[in-house]
Design a protein around this ligand. Structure first.
Ligand SMILES: [Zn+2]
Length: 381
């Protein structure tokens, strides 16, 4: 079988859509008017992926989501349309290398429930797409950070919250499949960040990686091996405003543990690493032929969404041929290092504008598809 390819999920939102989010925050347009703009950008994403890239699975580029992490909870990053039992002043999710940060809401009481399930997007995308649809969802390990780090919420214990959270994450994934998604990947950007020990961001110094893995496995355990073949985990050092949050954390601290999550495939940032071969080796050594009944396929990142420089198909082919020295080729795939814009407000500063970054993203994806085809040919698969 040729080397499969798959995108992580997000694409830059057109500036027009970013301005519409802003206008909604200001009360200048209604939720229905914002949704019209989201739907138009989503349709454009799908049409362009289908006509310009040859991508196997298409997404709406997360145009309808406040972010990859907050879509279940709030309409916008500023907190317009925030779900009940949440306040806007939660802990930092991440502080990025360029100094900007992103913050999570704070849980104020129970029960915890999603306001929006990702299946809502799948349903709309299925009506537009002529290719199979994939959907990214957020990991329970990210949303466990909604609960205050060192306090118990009166009347709603941490244990009860985690139990409700696992139920909600299972429901989020299951509803995507029921709505017709053929692949569902779980965003796990907090995995590498868990070893950062950034004193400005207290949760990163709490040694939480094993807790994250255990919680994700509570969700995985709800699915059969056949279902888990099509459930992925995405890891990266962040990718927002063309900046990262945890690339300085040694990758082995994550990769020596991450494959204990019983997912069927992994979307792994790699092309922006200085020493790619050591990443291939770590993935080859740690990924499993049998993860509770399912082989783990390593989709290696071969393009960098934070850089406007477009990788050539030849460069991508070379990366994959090298990766195949370390990872069995039947368990090798190709992806992007991250989504192209995980947060709805992202001006893509290194690109000059989100609209230009959208054009660049299409070229990068097209070259990934072509590079994977060339590598498959060279490797005889
Ligand atoms: Zn990412």
């Amino acid at each position: 079988m040729p080397i499969p390819t798959e995108l992580v999920g997000s694409l830059p939102r057109p500036m027009k859509l970013q301005e519409a989010y802003e206008a909604y925050d200001q009360g200048d347009i209604t939720w229905e008017q914002l949704q019209e703009q989201q739907d138009a950008a989503a349709e454009d994403s799908i049409r362009r992926l289908e006509s310009e890239t040859g991508e196997t699975y298409v997404t709406d580029g997360e145009q309808r989501e406040s972010s990859f992490a907050t879509y279940p909870l709030t309409h916008t990053l500023a907190g317009t349309g925030l779900a009940p039992n949440l306040a806007g002043d939660g802990q930092f999710f991440a502080i990025f290398d360029d100094g900007h940060h992103r913050q999570l809401p704070r849980l104020t009481g129970g029960p915890f429930q999603y306001q929006t399930y990702a299946a809502e997007f799948v349903e709309k995308n299925k009506a537009i797409a002529s290719r199979p649809v994939k959907q990214a969802v957020i990991a329970p390990s990210m949303l466990m950070l909604l609960y205050p780090l060192h306090e118990e919420i009166e009347g709603y214990s941490r244990e009860q919250f985690l139990s409700d959270l696992v139920d909600e994450c299972e429901k989020d994934i299951r509803k995507c499949f029921d709505a017709g998604a053929v692949r569902v990947s779980v965003d796990f950007t907090e995995g590498r960040l868990a070893n950062k020990n950034d004193e400005r961001n207290p949760w990163t110094g709490q040694d939480m990686l094993q807790d994250f893995i255990d919680l994700n496995n509570r969700v995985m355990a709800r699915f059969s091996p056949e279902e888990r073949r099509n459930i992925g985990i995405h890891t990266c050092p962040g990718g927002d405003m063309d900046s990262v949050h945890s690339k300085d954390v040694p990758y082995e601290k994550l990769l020596n543990h991450m494959f204990k999550i019983n997912a069927g495939y992994f979307l792994i940032q790699c092309s922006s690493e200085e020493d790619r071969e050591s990443v291939y080796r770590l993935c080859g050594e740690n990924s499993r032929e049998d993860a509770e009944g399912v082989p783990q396929v390593c989709f290696m990142g071969v393009v960098n969404p934070l850089s406007p420089e477009v990788e050539t198909p030849e460069q991508i082919k070379d990366q994959l041929v090298t990766a195949a020295k370390y990872i069995p080729v039947e368990r090798l795939g190709a992806t992007d290092d991250c989504g192209f814009s995980p947060f709805s407000r992202d001006e893509k500063p290194k690109h000059g504008s989100p609209d230009f970054a959208r054009d660049i993203a299409m070229q990068k994806i097209a070259n990934r598809v072509e590079g994977a085809r060339m590598a498959s040919e060279e490797l005889g698969v």
